[in-house]
Design a protein around this ligand. Structure first.
Ligand code: GDP
Ligand code: IMO
Ligand code: MG
Length: 423
């Protein structure tokens, strides 16, 4: 048996949460492998909308085990809030949610350092979610971090104090004024640590190895998207983890040869939240329509998402880097009503037309070159099978498949679980 991956191919918010929830019926285990509460994964069913940040999106399926892998960074305070939000629903968290001891902890001071770093950058800020992601991964790679397994140690409080003291010194070195009450933040943190302690902590690499041996079906759930990958994204305007396929191996402890299907998920257009280059971004009425119809506001921060046409240069790059074997196209319904649709199929770069993603994709370096396709006018949100899709949408899909050389197997036509067309 293999581990299948589900990965965002753009700048995040592709609809990973919705699709993981839909796919969970085919899997025994859902495992998050990177990122942390910077993620906001939305699921909708029975008229209720849920937003998950740290907890994998298979949690509403009674039979599925959900794992938070070693590559994830956990803020106990946000985790506690997520647990509380799930209380009204029949979710057996104590049984179905397992947490890797090797996952790193986000401390209150990591959040403060994130805020200080962003404030000190001024206009050049990353547009971080301010959840402490960058500083926590920095402590991980700097070999200073605290891990979930440390909360079981008798000297956890000393370890916490040491790191926090160091962070306070770092905060004092920033030339920006970040106001905080550490005592209050700490009280909240240690309350949340108590909650975290009630969960089953595991060695996820061993757990998953045994599960694979027993023939269990595993789906790894990515957070963010390939263009936010620390190595392959639009650096420095990226997150601090490997969001691409390789990240699933290091973030869970599964060997590369255990990877099966790589399901790449993308929106029928493009969005981005935070700073950084975005060649196909629209600043006109079309972009505004995408924002409004697509309700493009962040699930974690509420920020307005920047919108633009589909960028096949970037998408093709993501397909390549991840070795995508099948595609899922989201939010096709949002494009209903446009007379013409544009798809960026190459860039004008240093006076030449290119089809690959260059090192610099800032506005001054690349101009998108578009291919125009005919739009469709029908409302798609009530359609239930592939044959009902309008001809223009089928043409749009065929065009993308030809360019990307990977089949589009799922088309999503609304936020609800049921608004999913499987080919
Ligand atoms: P994620 O971070 O990849 O899980 O995506 P988010 O949850 O942050 O953002 C996706 C948003 O689009 C959420 O509000 C979803 O409810 C919504 N959504 C998902 N699929 C569709 C779709 O096919 N059509 C529409 N209109 N909304 C969708
Ligand atoms: P999901 O999993 C969209 C963006 C932030 C910022 C940059 C760095 O819901 O798709 P960070 O807080 O990680 O240091 O922010 O990355 N970002 C996301 N954008 N979806 C996400 O997650 C994101 N997580 C981080 O806006 O530009
Ligand atoms: Mg999101």
């Amino acid at each position: 048996m293999a581990v299948d991956l589900l990965l965002g191919l753009q700048w995040g918010d592709e609809g990973k949460g919705k699709i993981v929830d839909v796919l969970t019926q085919n899997y025994d285990i859902i495992a998050r492998f990177q990122g942390g509460p910077n993620a906001g994964h939305t699921l909708e069913f029975n008229g209720i909308k849920h937003v998950l940040h740290t907890i994998p999106s298979g949690i509403f399926h009674k039979g599925a085990v959900n794992i938070i892998g070693n590559g994830v960074v956990i803020d106990p305070i946000i985790f506690k809030k997520e647990i509380e939000a799930l209380a009204p629903y029949e979710v057996n968290l104590k049984q179905n949610l397992l947490i890797s001891r090797k996952a790193h902890l986000i401390l209150p001071t990591h959040r403060l350092l994130d805020a200080a770093s962003e404030a000190s950058k001024g206009k050049a800020k990353i547009g971080s979610t301010l959840k402490g992601i960058g500083p926590t991964y920095m402590d991980k790679t700097g070999r200073n971090g605290l891990r979930v397994g440390d909360i079981e140690l008798s000297d956890f409080n000393d370890r916490y104090r040491n790191l926090t003291d160091k962070h306070e010194e770092m905060l004092a070195n920033y030339k920006v004024d970040i106001q905080y009450n550490l005592q209050e933040l700490e009280a909240e943190f240690f309350e949340a640590i108590k909650v975290l302690k009630e969960f089953q902590l595991i060695d996820s690499e061993e757990y998953l190895y045994q599960a694979l041996k027993k023939g269990k079906k595993i789906l790894a759930e990515g957070a963010q998207g390939s263009m936010l990958d620390i190595d392959f994204g639009t650096y420095p305007f990226v997150t601090s983890s490997n969001t691409t396929a390789a990240g699933a191996c290091t973030g869970l402890g599964v060997a590369p040869r255990s990877i099966g299907e790589v399901i790449g998920i993308f929106k029928a257009y493009t969005t981005r939240v935070g700073s950084g280059p975005f060649p196909t971004e629209l600043f006109d009425k079309v972009g505004e329509t995408m924002t409004q119809v697509g309700r493009e506001f962040g699930a974690t921060t509420g920020r307005r998402r920047r919108c633009g046409w589909l960028d096949l240069v970037a998408l093709k790059y993501a397909v390549q880097v991840n070795g995508v074997t099948e595609l899922t196209m989201m939010k096709a319904d949002v494009l209903s009503g446009f007379e013409t649709l544009k798809v960026c199929t190459s860039y004008l770069y240093k006076g030449k037309e290119i089809k690959h993603l260059p090192y610099n994709i800032e506005e001054q370096n690349v101009t998108p070159i578009y291919t125009e396709l005919k739009g469709w006018q029908q409302d798609l949100t009530k359609l239930t099978n592939y044959q009902q899709l309008p001809k223009e949408l089928l043409d749009y899909i065929s065009f993308l498949e030809k360019e990307l050389e990977v089949p589009i197997k799922v088309v999503s036509v609304g936020p609800d679980r049921t608004q999913t067309i499987i080919r």
